[in-house]
Design a protein around this ligand. Structure first.
Ligand code: SF4
Ligand code: SF4
Length: 486
């Protein structure tokens, strides 16, 4: 590349003339499409076309062949495309040109994707008939009919909206899991972690719960925990379903209670990462489908304040609703009377549907991949308190090696300014850190290391007295006022 004499002048101001679009590195993105990649993209196109035809009730709708030629081709074609695309590139950090992409930097394509994903949630929750939800004993139609053969084999029932949702959700984690494994194939932690979330989603959150439906047992996702799955310990589920289902129902109830006890204990040893980034379905989707959007999380101190207020408010809300539902149940309805049902529905609507679904996933392309986990999840709030004050987990930083490039902060999906800690050589001990490890995976200098120490007491100043540290933090908790300069 030749150097212009102008650029050597003291008057030369690169910022003023603009940096322009950077050169694209010679990765697979920059090369012409290979035959294999064209073939896989053709599979995606045929799958999409077939899906549209079948949704309209056309050829092969509701058959196994139709399912294979629509969602099957889409999934296999997309997974193959991701594999071929990344296989042809050098292993290592790949974020070239990310802020010049309309889809990845809140451009027009991001808005279209966000509106499309949000619309899917709105249809699922409030207008399922548009998707072909069966009514009055009739079979499913439209998009839901496409997965009908699979539903009948798995559950013994015709497909309905939540079966379709489970197929799409699990399929997205598996397909984008291939992308994640190939993109971060220089990092063993990312590969094992991605395999783990794919496994837990496929077996614990999809296959086994559908078997429960088939054998007419209470529904339960085995990687879900109260209060994330708020109804698992609500009287309606406990008394109405678990206790009414004999010994197996008791086993399910025991499992639900054991998970509530085990999650903070495991968090003490391993940090909340063991759940949020290895097991949880919400985390699984964020770490796979949401990975392309992780850089969109706000790193401002205002966002950090809002995060702490909001996530702990949701935790208080679920504790209050759960306690009062049980009091109402014990008083045989004398506390709320006919209001107990609406109270459950209120929480399910605002927190379960609007916050975790519509905003939490639908807004991936606009707000980043962990909006729900960061601002809303009550499970994350509990595990965050354990992690921040009591756990052995910390991210250690080798400050002398940090060159302040900011990669770690940019790609932290929880909006943590990792670089600020790295520059000072301080441990990162933050309640919100989900231990995804991407900050370490994208650090060009190997500064960051996710570790479980031998004790919790050496992580931060005052860590040997965690209860005092907790009360101290509560006493000095931030007021919810925005600084003027933001
Ligand atoms: S600090 Fe690192 S490990 Fe923690 S959430 Fe952010 S990127 Fe993931
Ligand atoms: S810790 Fe690594 S990624 Fe973060 S600023 Fe320093 S060198 Fe860059």
């Amino acid at each position: 590349m030749s150097l212009s004499a102008d650029t050597l002048s003291y008057e030369f101001d690169e910022e003023e003339i603009g940096f322009g679009k950077p050169q694209v590195a010679q990765t697979a993105h920059a090369q012409p499409l290979s035959g294999g990649l064209k073939f896989s993209l053709a599979m995606v196109a045929v799958g999409l076309l077939s899906l549209i035809v079948q949704t309209a009730g056309g050829l092969l709708a509701g058959s196994w062949l139709g399912l294979a030629l629509s969602l099957g081709l889409l999934a296999v074609g997309a997974a193959l495309a991701f594999w071929l695309q990344h296989r042809g590139s050098v292993a290592g950090i790949k974020h070239d040109g990310i802020y010049f992409s309309g889809l990845l930097a809140r451009g027009g394509a991001a808005w279209i994707a966000g509106i499309g994903m949000t619309a899917l949630y709105v249809l699922l929750y409030w207008f399922p008939q548009v998707l072909g939800q069966p009514v009055d004993g009739a079979g499913p139609t439209g998009l839901i009919r496409v997965v009908d053969p699979l539903a009948r084999v798995m559950t013994g029932y015709p497909a309905e909206k939540w079966f379709l949702y489970g197929v799409l959700y699990t399929g997205a984690i598996l397909v984008f899991g291939v992308r994640m494994m190939m993109k971060y194939r220089h990092d063993r932690y990312q590969q094992i972690r991605t395999a783990s979330v794919a496994f837990f989603q496929l077996i614990f959150a999809w296959f086994l719960p559908n078997l429960l439906v088939r054998f007419r047992q209470p529904y339960m996702e085995f990687n879900g925990v109260w209060p994330l799955k708020q109804d698992y310990l609500w009287p309606e589920k406990v008394a109405g379903q678990f206790l009414g289902a004999g010994p197996f129902g008791l086993f399910l109830l025991g499992f639900a209670i054991a998970m509530v006890i085990a999650t903070p204990i495991l968090t003490y040893f391993f940090g909340k990462r063991w759940y949020c980034s290895w097991v949880c379905g919400c985390g699984g989707l964020a770490e796979t489908l949401g990975d392309p959007f992780r850089q969109l999380s706000s790193k401002s101190t205002s966002a950090w304040k809002i995060e702490r207020w909001l996530v702990h408010s949701v935790l208080i809300a679920v504790l209050a609703v759960t306690a009062s539902l049980w009091i109402d149940y014990k008083m045989t309805g004398n506390l709320y009377g006919s209001w107990a049902g609406p109270l459950r529905q209120w929480y399910g609507f605002f927190i379960g549907a609007v916050f975790s679904g519509v905003v939490g996933v639908g807004f991936y392309p606009l707000l980043g991949s962990r909006v729900w986990c960061r601002f809303g999840c009550p499970q994350a709030a509990i595990l965050g308190l354990v992690q921040r004050f009591f756990s052995r987990f910390r991210i250690t930083t080798n400050g002398g090696q940090c060159m302040s490039c900011g990669n770690c902060s940019t790609y932290c999906e929880m909006g943590i300014d990792v670089r600020a800690y790295a520059e000072k050589g301080e441990n990162i001990v933050r309640a919100s850190c989900v231990g995804c490890g991407v900050c370490a995976a994208v650090c060009p200098r190997g500064v960051l290391k996710l570790e479980n120490g031998a004790t919790h007491a050496d992580r931060y100043h005052g860590a040997e007295r965690p209860i005092s540290a907790l009360f101290d933090a509560l006493e000095h908790s931030p007021k919810l006022t925005m600084p003027r300069n933001e």
